[in-house]
Write a protein that binds this ligand. Structure first.
Ligand code: GDP
Ligand code: MG
Length: 782
């Protein structure tokens, strides 16, 4: 039968994994291999995707993908948690007993003063961020990997100034499946760190060791940090660390990153293996007496075949051989095999596939998992079912339950929004705004006392304090929103949201994960764009960023309420709601368009782990908030400062470079006058409207205030008319996001895309406003 036909609660054994290419490799890497046993936990509330339990962890899978996997039903209801026999734990021997891998006093350490660079590699949710923060303290800086928008964090290990450590993106294997995996793989292959710190989640050890096996092939000094030991031992499990070291051939240090246990020892080991360049003792995990040794012979044959090529391409031999056998085309290119060798390779693969009865990808994955099972059987005493997992199941009964999931999701998001934008945010925002205003007042008095040139005064007060001040006053909102989001993310809830919403978002060409940035977009586009960093593929990230401006941000609310109060006092709520819905509809249409044009192809397949719910560590959360705040402020004082000064200049000077007294004479007004004909067809041709819309580019809130100044003394209702107000509302809903948002888009996607967003949103808004006007005229309004 097919996997998609399995009923909740039923268990099955995988017979064959269909499909092809990277997606299939990803299944295999996640442990969905022939022979693996799994059970179906539940279906998402909308019936798709499914949640599976396999190798002791929870995995999500879309039904369409599950259709390609053939399984046979197992009789026993639960296949899991076969806790192995009790074994007495032995103490860990300290720093490899001053060289368990390396007799004391021998060896050839790197010269004193060499920088010891480490790569921190591990699965997602294995505690990488927590460990990185423990290792580095505040000694870190955040950036991008060159050429891609994948977060990169570098730091220095506390107390060891001659070290550097790079936090690589969380990955599950060294296949080039996502940009994260490629980045990590290239980093390890080409940047040649002096050693790898591989972090392994001890409560989910089978799947985590799969990456370890591939890292060992990199032939770099490596130490395994066995994390979450507190959870494992707390539930009656243990790991025989010495036996595991012997089987893996690298030091294994049990730690708890969250509780700061064992981290010092980990550092000692890491420094030791890096300084003495101790490579893994073994990389060869295939065995001659398993399934006739087909994989074993094939691997070694390929190894001999490509030995010289691998050396020339500076690739680790064993890694290159495994990847060739799996059919990795990137590695195959780098090796530059000639025709003859390629044919020999294909023969070897064919022979292996015939003898083993599995195709190349599955055979390799199976070989690795077979060894992992051996390691776990010998070294790991599994807890029966951890408290954390039981708790997770209970929570999930509500949060991903069939009838409760969506109401709970709405309730949680509503609560977050309420707290951020109505309860806590405005208070802090007010305080900050008042602080800035006071500072402005102080500066004003100081400048007046000092007799500073009035133009400079105006620049400082009307330009910098107004402009940058209004942007900086967003800081509390952003920090609070990120506080809640990082709590949700770190606790494991966001993964569930993606699971619940996937079916809906798939219809517009995205995956469930994009729901969160879009929701934040209703608050503020800036953090929304920043939060797309968590999305797993570049395509999804881009498309999501381009869609966030359609979600009407809170800064537009003043515009809506002002005009609705003035023009449509009786149907106010209806119209505001209508505007929000219109924004979403426009976003959906745009998404469908993108799906057909710019972003053809599928959203990332939804093969995702659902980690246990965990209490986020305060340290991680604070660190993240600090990063975001710093990031935001840096931007406020660079891009936004410059933009503010430019706009101030245009607003305050006439073309003869005199300070203007009548706002009508300013360069901005003149320019607005030039642009006015463009806006005439949609009924917004008045230069004052155009000016206020342009000022809305600085901050949407200012649309209303500028309009009030420019229309001073006139009745807006008389001056504009209902139809103009309607067009204006729709135009403000859709036209370009503010500079702060554009600056963050630029940071994520580059200048070209930022410009594209500005133009595209304006064009869209223009046509939408035109449509409103035409319909309105047909209906005989205004
Ligand atoms: P990453 O995705 O690999 O960066 O993982 P994080 O560092 O974000 O950790 C994921 C979750 O596991 C967070 O909620 C952490 O608080 C938690 N965590 C990390 N290390 C430990 C640990 O040693 N023990 C326990 N119990 N929880 C941990
Ligand atoms: Mg992390």
């Amino acid at each position: 039968m097919k996997l998609c036909e399995l009923k909740p609660g039923q268990s099955a054994r995988v017979l064959a994994v269909g499909g092809e290419g990277a997606l299939r490799q990803h299944f295999l890497d996640m442990g969905v291999i022939p022979g693996a046993e799994l059970s179906l936990v539940k279906l998402a509330p909308m019936g798709d995707p499914m949640e599976l339990r396999i190798h002791g962890y929870e995995l999500t899978l879309r039904l369409a993908d599950a259709e390609k996997i053939r399984v046979e039903l197992l009789e026993s209801a639960r296949i899991d948690e076969k806790g192995s026999s009790a074994r007495k734990p032995s103490d860990h021997p300290g720093l490899g007993e001053e060289g368990k891998f390396h007799p004391k006093g021998t060896g050839d350490p790197l010269p004193e003063g060499t920088e010891l660079s480490f790569a921190l590699v591990g699965n997602q949710n294995s505690g990488k961020t927590t460990l990185f923060n423990q290792l580095t303290g505040s000694n870190q800086h955040v950036g991008n990997f060159p050429g891609v928008t994948v977060d990169r964090k570098d730091g220095v290990i506390r107390g060891h100034r001659d070290t550097s450590i790079t936090d690589l993106p969380g990955i599950y294997s060294m296949s080039p499946y996502s940009s994260e995996e490629l980045v990590s793989r290239d980093f390890v292959l080409h940047s040649k760190p002096k050693a790898i710190i591989n972090i392994v989640d001890a409560t989910n050890i089978e799947r985590n060791l799969y990456l370890t096996m591939q890292l060992l092939e990199m032939d770099l000094p490596m130490v395994v940090a066995l994390n979450m030991m507190d959870e494992l031992t707390g539930n009656g499990g243990t790991v025989d660390v010495n036996a595991m070291e012997a089987m893996l051939g690298v030091p294994v240090v049990p730690i708890s990153a969250a509780k700061d246990q064992g981290v010092d020892e980990l550092v000692r080991h890491a420094l030791h293996i890096a300084r003495y360049q101790e490579r893994p003792l073994r990389q060869d995990f295939c065995s001659a007496d398993e399934h006739g040794g087909a994989v074993h012979r094939a691997l070694h044959a390929v190894g001999h075949l490509i030995e010289d090529h691998a050396a020339r391409a500076e690739l680790p031999l064993r890694f290159a051989a495994s990847k060739l056998l799996e059919g990795d085309s990137l590695i195959s290119e780098q090796l530059r095999l000639d025709q003859n060798e390629k044919e020999m390779l294909e023969h070897i693969v064919l022979q292996m596939e015939n003898e083993r009865g599995l195709d190349r990808g599955a055979a390799m994955a199976e070989m690795r998992f077979a060894y992992i099972e051996k390691v776990c059987g010998r070294c790991v005493v599994k807890p029966h079912e951890s408290r954390e997992h039981r708790r997770s199941r209970k929570i999930d009964r509500v949060l991903t339950g069939r009838y409760t999931a969506i109401p709970m999701f709405i309730a949680i998001m509503a609560l977050v929004f309420f707290l951020t934008f109505f309860l806590i945010g405005p208070v802090l925002q007010d305080l900050l705004a008042r602080g800035i205003a006071d500072l402005g007042g102080l500066t004003e008095r100081a400048m007046q006392a000092g007799g500073v040139n009035p133009a400079i005064q105006s620049l400082v007060l009307d330009g910098i304090f107004q402009g940058v001040g209004s942007v900086v006053s967003f800081l509390p909102l952003i920090v609070i929103l990120f506080l809640f989001l990082s709590l949700l993310e770190d606790s494991g809830y966001i993964a569930r949201v993606a699971f619940v919403m996937d079916k809906l978002l798939r219809k517009i060409g995205l995956s469930g994960r994009s729901i969160v940035p879009m929701l934040i977009g209703f608050g503020c586009t800036v953090p929304a764009v920043m939060s797309t960093r968590t999305l797993p593929s570049d395509r999804d990230r881009r498309m999501t960023i381009l869609l966030t401006p359609f979600m009407s941000c809170t800064a537009k609310l003043p515009i809506y309420s002002f005009f609705v109060a003035a023009f449509f006092p009786r149907r106010g709520w209806l119209i505001i709601t209508g505007l929000y819905v219109l924004g979403i509809l426009a976003g959906v249409l745009a998404a469908l368009l993108y799906k057909k044009t710019l972003f053809r192809g599928e959203a990332v397949p939804f093969v995702m782990e659902l980690p246990n719910y965990r209490l986020p560590s305060a340290r991680n959360v604070l660190q993240l908030l600090w990063e975001k705040a710093k990031d935001f402020l840096q931007r406020a004082f660079s891009v936004i400062l410059i933009a503010t000064i430019v706009v101030w200049f245009l607003q305050s000077f006439s073309f003869r470079f005199d300070l203007v007294t009548d706002s009508r004479d300013s360069i901005l007004a003149r320019l607005a006058g030039l642009l006015a004909p463009l806006f005439r067809p949609v009924g917004l041709g008045d230069w004052r409207i155009v000016t206020s819309l342009i000022s809305g580019f600085m901050a949407k809130e200012s649309v209303v205030s500028v309009m009030k100044i420019l229309f001073a003394g006139q009745s807006l209702t008389a001056a504009l008319g209902t139809l103009t107000a309607a067009s204006l509302l729709v135009f403000s809903l859709l036209y370009t996001p503010c500079v702060a948002a554009i600056a963050s888009i630029r940071r994520e996607l580059g200048g070209k895309w930022a410009l594209y967003v500005v133009l595209w949103q304006c064009v869209l808004a223009w046509f939408a406003a035109l449509a409103v006007r035409l319909v309105g005229m047909l209906l005989g309004w205004g």
